[in-house]
Write a protein that binds this ligand. Structure first.
Ligand SMILES: [Zn+2]
Ligand SMILES: [Zn+2]
Length: 97
């Protein structure tokens, strides 16, 4: 099995999301506003730094290791060394059962 080309997968995903968001914005606010909007949409368990298709059984770019405590002191979690996403929010987005 070859390593997936995450950079390409991310670029394709981001382009698809951007197109979708801009099209929606264009219908709501018109061309000018649509070109100026900024958006932050996480797709599934992915982030702008890491590609993740765990929800579809696809490849995942997150590199979970290390440990950090929750701010409220009630436990902790391992987190991604690349983007900082916590394992908790990752599984919230990718485990549907
Ligand atoms: Zn994942
Ligand atoms: Zn990550």
């Amino acid at each position: 099995m070859t390593t997936p080309d995450f950079a390409k997968l991310r670029a394709e995903r981001d382009a698809a999301i951007e197109k979708m968001v801009k099209e929606a914005a264009r219908q709501l606010w018109g061309d000018e506003a649509a070109d100026g909007i900024s958006y932050h949409v996480n797709h599934g368990g992915g982030t702008w730094v890491c590609y993740c298709a765990c929800a579809d059984g696809g490849p995942c770019e997150h590199e979970f290791s290390g440990w950090r405590d929750f701010e409220d002191g009630l436990g902790g979690e391992t987190f991604c060394q690349r983007c900082g996403m916590g394992a908790m929010s990752h599984s919230m987005h990718t485990c549907w059962e």
